[in-house]
Design a protein around this ligand. Structure first.
Ligand SMILES: N[C@@H](CCC(=O)N[C@@H](CS)C(=O)NCC(=O)O)C(=O)O
Length: 236
């Protein structure tokens, strides 16, 4: 599935010398999974890219061909020329590093950049694993009651993490997680908050966090990614 061949992938010729365009970035993805963050980021960056659907239903992410790209058998994987990269946060950082002028992360070496790292790591190594426990509790417990307990305890821990996000946004009173500057952590946070939409106390129900999620949702790049992934409301 080619998503954005429409945007400038053609080779150009100058003074008779072929000047082939660089290969298009490819993102191995499945709708509503962790591939959403790099997908939305690619849209924000306005880059040409190709989405390659992974057939999750039939274990496409565990196939020998996919395991060569990511031996963990997890989605997403990004291919950028010779670079094959897994881990969602690493993919986002690579896209930001290669497109510094887009301004989707604060400048390196600044306190704002340090907070950007803090949130990116917190989201990917604290909130995201707790969500994985919630969605796959049977991987963490054996019998039915222990599985139910693992799920309930994950939901409670995630609730406390959502409170931290809500408190941060309420405390600074600015539109985005870092304050006045929209950045890639907003996309990452939105993706993870979206996954709580079936919770007893979803992210959208928290006052400051709920309004923030609507601001991220309103971004045209986010809308384009949702449409491409054929997702249906409620989006968050
Ligand atoms: N740490 C990995 C986690 C990725 C991950 O958990 N992907 C999920 C989809 S959201 C997946 O592929 N799950 C399939 C499975 O666990 O078998 C990352 O951030 O890329």
């Amino acid at each position: 599935m080619e998503r954005s061949g429409i945007r400038g992938a053609a080779a150009s010729v100058r003074c008779g010398t072929p000047n082939p365009a660089p290969p298009m970035i490819q993102l191995h993805y499945a709708p509503s999974t962790a591939s959403m963050a790099p997908h939305m980021l690619l849209e924000e960056l306005g880059l040409p890219f190709e989405l390659l659907p992974v057939d999750r239903e039939h274990g496409g992410h565990k196939s020998p061909a996919y395991l060569k790209l990511n031996p963990n058998g997890l989605i997403p994987v990004m291919v950028d020329g010779d670079l094959v990269l897994y881990e969602t946060a690493a993919i986002c950082l690579h896209l930001l590093d290669t497109h510094p002028d887009a301004g989707l992360a604060p400048p390196v070496g600044t306190p704002q950049r340090a907070h950007f790292y803090k949130w990116l790591f917190w989201l990917s190594n604290t909130l995201q694993p707790a969500l994985i426990t919630y969605f796959y509790p049977d991987r963490y417990a054996e019998d039915a009651s222990a599985v139910a307990q693992a799920k309930a305890s994950a939901e409670a821990r995630i609730g406390a993490m959502l409170d931290i996000l809500d408190a941060e946004i309420a405390a600074h009173g600015r539109p985005w997680l870092l304050g006045d500057r929209f950045s890639a952590v907003d996309l990452y946070a939105w993706m993870l908050c979206r996954w709580t939409r079936g919770f007893h106390r979803p992210a959208r129900s928290l006052p400051a966090l709920g309004a923030y999620l609507q601001r991220v949702l309103a971004r045209p790049a986010v809308q384009r990614a949702l449409a491409t992934e054929a997702l249906k409301p409620p989006y968050v």
